[in-house]
Design a protein around this ligand. Sequence first.
Ligand code: PA5
Length: 423
Amino acid sequence: MKHVNVNIKNAFIESNELEEYKELIISSHQRLHSGVDDYTGWVDYPLNHDKKEVQRIIKVAQQIRNQSEIFIVIGIGGSYLGARAAIEMLGSSFNNLLDKENRKAPQIFFAGHNISGTYHKELLEFVQDKEISICVISKSGNTMEPNIAFSVFKELLEKKYGSKSADHIFVVTDEKEGMLRQETTEKGYTSFAVPDDIGGRYSVLTPGGLLPIAVAGIDIEEMLKGAADGCMIYDNEDLSNPCCAYAAARNILYKRGKLLEIFESYEPKLQYVAEWLKQLFGESEGKEGKGIFPASLNLSTDLHSMGQYLQEGTSCFFETVLNIKRLDMDLKIPDTAIKPLRDKTMNDINKKAMEGVILAHIEDSIPNIMIDIPEISAYYFGQMVYFFEKSCALSGYLLGVFPFDQPGVEKYKRNMKELITNN
Ligand code: PA5
């Protein structure tokens, strides 16, 4: 059966090096499934989530689609990147630019993922005369960036729709705690809860990711099915499990001084998958003075800016290629093109670019890991998310850190609040 898989044959890892991780992998896998650690609710979530709640998400998403030309998703970090990754990977790249009649979903914009007055003013001016709905996503309900953006767009909706403004506001937050929950209860906004035992960067497949993804017209039931099948596929506790093999490979390379992992994709639609991966691995592993620094490149675009460095620069990194095995859309290169290109398609050439880069890098001993993703679909997006979440958690355990907290992020949030309050 096809599934998201890892290939480490070009990572320059010997079988005895993998063997050394055998025991630790087994105990890490058991620990992850034992439930002893907080925030591991995502491990079985695709299997045991509330199906009725998924139906409610689909219904509310349809309501938003019916009533809105514009849908603004407000959130940051784990309450933003997963949804954006799915929408960019699975939606049409040009949906926002199409005429209303030809669009498959409302125009979707993001807010509250920065505090730029310029960005938010431009967005506000662009949307103000259109039919709008907004969804604010914040697990804690207290994060500064989304709170500010929420107040900006809420004010617009209150001016625009008066007493009916609540019909255009949707909230995903903690079930009981936080300022956002309090306001939601007071104002009667339609809301969903992020499960208590799932942290932001592991929450794509919960209402925090699923509501905006469903508004984009993406089949969230298929996505959850892909993840649920992932629960079975990635269930072995030994190195035959692709998540275990990837986690071990990363740690072996890290110990060898490969301090950076560069996620590379030849499909622009995966740009935000790489952004989500950077958060997933960066926040999960970067602590106690340890952790691989996750970076990303879009190829072949960045070969013309970073290709030189990759080939001949400091050898402190390994590459992880996100390889889509089958692409439904392609374009034949016209007969007017130069000879070797005629009769080929753009995807043919893109594959050759990938193969050429890998060969050149392997020749210079740069370790390469391939993550094969069978196709661009909701099903495989769900499976890929689960594959990476599990790999990341295991990798964190192997590294000796707790992969589900983010004390460093909390520190900056606290400082910013203090500085604003006291100045
Ligand atoms: O992964 C995380 O926990 C963080 O990136 C959070 O998602 C981010 O800081 C936003 O937090 P919240 O959802 O509470 O607004």
